[in-house]
Design a protein around this ligand. Structure first.
Ligand code: C2E
Ligand code: CA
Ligand code: CA
Length: 717
């Protein structure tokens, strides 16, 4: 301790004053005393002075006030001196905060509390005070201010409406976007609203909005947070719009409240609906396309009402000739007319679809009684009826070519086991109808044929192919080609591995042929396992050579998911362990429809894959039915826009809007956005403009053998 210089007062018989000096040693700050001489010299400094300032006591002790004042930050000096002087003149205490520049420690914040000591005449004798270091608190304050500021800015910048409500649903605060979104004049009038005014009376599922909102608030409060779709209403126009609402419980000055975020997703939903139409509807006739027909038929096959299904494959004879003779426009009109007739024929329980240019499919649901007697006869009768309807339509429509005939192949599917009929999936039924159609065509124009097992052409070919596939898997006859994925600056940042099945004659069987076959014959797991291991081996080799590839994307077939014996995740973990790869160098591409097939199961498995570190990409985005809410909840890292949309974007505005919406969905969900099938500069330019950052397609490269991709990675063309 630095002894106070008290000699001036000693000698008197004043009663012993309490001595705080020992106590002062332990306080996190230093005490001082100054004498009112001309220089206000320091008489006393408690021990922690040195600790706090890094200066020896001699620096100040018996020195004038200026030595200390000089340490104070120039900007704070004036107010410090003034504050102190003012307090002393008034005979009061002072409490000051200032920055101080210490030779060894740089800038610190000090708090200085002191008071004057006066004699009987009221003359100021000394100054005593206590100084503590408040730097940490000051920084904390600043941090807090800054983070509050940042938070406020974030809220204000958000395009989503963000508000705070109490547990009765009353609005307490809102950001700038909130009144805009709800068509309200300004924030003040918005805050005066009751939230019930911002929703229609009922939600689309029929629940009264008030009841549903109260339930959601209670639930959000109970769980801590909640997210749900909600229909809102604009105040100015009364128009309703679709939103996703997120609620989070917060503490507002000690009271519970909810932070509510409302994102307007109506535009995305509209686009999604259009996407859906594009993917599943034939644009010319409005009939479902092949994919949609297959899905519908698959669903019907799972129904167990026992009603037989009649499947007709219909082909217009010499359509090419008609097209050339009557012109494209008139033939398009013809297709639309025929489509309408077929739609009427299929009835409400059946389906009409357009498979390709002049090929239609009609599925008719029969009553069991209709086939009870002689099924073949009934089948013939039904086919005859459809044919008659087509002819009648032609006759009744003026301006159509009269010289027209049709070939029809049909097959009957009776549910329940039928002798000799072991294949009953939708694809098989279509194949049967098609086999019958081929038989009809072979017989000439205007022919009908009924499928019979003897006609096994198509199916036999498939069985032969299946056995070749089994051999090829056992013999590891496959290879992988790698297609670069490039960033905006043209750098190859990743690649997609695509399987190839080379044939002895040098041709390739395309994956679109052998993957579905492997899936249907249960061989996809073995094939997938081979792919995972080979891809990892290749990746490890490149890594060993120091070649940069952010990640390698591989395709996962839906049948590889949901296997409890040897889960996909175990296969993947084994492979990355064997080849010493970090999990995030592998990206798994899963198609939208695969994810949606069994969302509950897929979600669990995907979450676990993501937790293990694998990247996940949603493949062929735009071709499935996923809702934004579903997507938001799945742990994807990237979204790949289907090539059909990318390619159409160049040609028409509508498709361009759709791709734009895919990009904006990716941005909204904070996913990497990869456009597939980029073939032209124009497509690439459009995608760039929309904010899509990654591209894959023939414009950059076709899928390449490993050695060629390697050359790329080395930077040599
Ligand atoms: P995908 O995953 O959508 O793969 C992209 C397909 O688009 C590839 O066809 C690729 O060659 C092709 N492509 C790439 N750029 C362009 C372009 O600019 N224009 C056009 N027109 N096409 C382009 P590929 O290799 O024939 O593969 C077809 C599909 O087979 C793949 O579609 C994927 O679904 C499946 N597939 C391929 N390899 C595997 C595999 O190892 N496992 C599984 N489960 N499926 C695979
Ligand atoms: Ca893919
Ligand atoms: Ca794809």
């Amino acid at each position: 301790m630095i002894q106070p210089d008290t000699s001036a007062e000693e000698g008197g018989q004043t009663p012993a004053e309490p001595d705080f000096s020992r106590l002062l040693e332990h306080l996190p700050g230093f005490a001082y005393q100054r004498r009112n001489d001309t220089i206000w010299s320091a008489e006393y400094l408690s021990g922690p002075f040195q600790e706090l300032t890094g200066l020896p006591a001699e620096f100040l002790l018996h020195k004038g006030h200026a030595a200390y004042i000089n340490l104070i930050h120039p900007d704070d000096r004036e107010k410090t001196i003034h504050g102190m002087r003012h307090a002393l003149e008034q005979g009061g205490d002072y409490s000051l905060e200032y920055r101080i520049n210490l030779p060894d420690r740089g800038e610190r914040w000090f708090a200085d509390h002191g008071c004057g000591v006066y004699d009987d005449q009221g003359q100021l004798q000394r100054l005593t005070g206590f100084v503590s270091d408040i730097t940490q608190r000051k920084q904390g304050d600043r941090e807090l201010e800054r983070s509050e500021d940042r938070f406020r800015q974030l809220l204000e910048a958000s395009r989503d409406a963000i508000s705070v409500i109490d547990l009765d649903g009353r609005l307490l605060d809102a950001n700038r976007a909130a009144p805009l979104l709800f068509g309200c004049a300004d924030r003040d009038s918005f805050l005066k609203l009751h939230p019930a005014e911002l929703s229609p009376d009922d939600q689309p599922d029929g629940r009264p909005s008030r009841v549903a909102a109260a339930a959601a608030i209670a639930e959000a409060y109970r769980q801590g947070s909640l997210e749900f779709p909600w229909q809102h209403k604009r105040l100015d126009s009364g128009e309703t719009f679709e939103t996703i609402v997120g609620m989070h419980r917060i503490d507002l000055d000690g009271k519970p409240a909810l932070l509510v975020r409302v994102s307007d997703v109506s535009e995305q939903l509209r686009y999604q609906q259009r996407l859906r139409q594009l993917a599943f509807e034939d644009p010319l006739t409005g009939l479902p396309n092949r994919q949609a027909a297959l899905e519908w038929l698959e669903q019907q096959l799972q129904r167990t009402d026992g009603n037989p299904l009649l499947i007709l494959s219909i082909d217009i004879d010499n359509f090419q000739w008609l097209n050339n003779t009557f012109g494209r426009e008139q033939c398009d009109g013809l297709l639309v007319t025929l489509a309408n007739a077929l739609r009427a024929q299929s009835g409400s329980a059946g389906l009409a679809a357009r498979l390709q240019s002049d090929e239609f499919l009609v599925i008719i649901r029969l009553k069991p009684s209709e086939t009870g007697g002689n099924p073949a006869q009934e089948q013939e009768r039904q086919v005859g009826q459809v044919l008659a309807a087509l002819q009648a339509t032609l006759a009744a429509t003026p301006g159509l070519p009269t010289v027209m005939s049709f070939c029809i192949g049909s097959t009957l599917h009776s549910s329940g086991p039928v002798a000799g009929q072991h294949l009953t999936d939708a694809e098989d039924l279509l194949q049967q109808a098609n086999t019958a159609l081929s038989a009809a065509r072979r017989a000439g124009a205007n022919q009908q044929a009924i499928y019979e097992p003897g006609m096994k052409v198509g199916i036999e070919r498939r069985l032969a192919m299946e056995s070749r596939l089994a051999q090829a898997i056992a013999g590891r006859e496959f290879t992988i080609h790698y297609q670069p994925i490039v960033a905006r600056d043209g750098r190859v940042v990743a690649a997609e591995g695509l399987m190839r099945w080379p044939q002895p004659d040098g041709a390739w069987v395309p994956p679109s042929t052998f993957i579905p076959l492997a899936e249907r014959s249960g061989r996809i797991r073995a094939l997938g396992q081979w792919l995972i291991d080979s891809a990892c081996a290749q990746l490890a080799e490149w890594r060993g050579k120091g070649l940069e590839l952010g990640h390698l994307s591989i395709n996962i077939s839906p049948t590889q998911l949901g296997n409890s014996d040897d889960p996909l995740q175990q296969q993947l973990l084994r492979a990355i362990e064997r080849h010493r790869l970090p999990a995030d160098m592998l990206q798994l591409e899963i198609t939208e429809s695969a994810v949606l097939e069994n969302i509950a199961l897929a979600r669990q498995e995907l979450e676990s894959l993501a937790a293990a570190g694998f990247r996940l990409a949603l493949d062929d985005f735009g071709t499935g039915y996923s809702s934004l809410l579903t997507l938001q909840k799945l742990p994807f890292d990237a979204l790949k826009i289907d090539k059909s949309f990318v390619q159409k974007a160049e040609r028409d505005d509508k498709s361009r809007g759709l791709v734009e919406s895919c990009v904006s969905i990716a941005q909204k969900l904070d996913l990497d956005c990869v456009a597939e099938g980029v073939e032209s500069e124009l497509q690439c330019l459009l995608l760039r403009g929309m904010g899509c950052d990654f591209y894959q397609g023939y414009l950059f490269d076709r899928p390449l053998p490993a050695t060629e991709l390697e050359r790329h990675l080395r930077g040599r063309p």
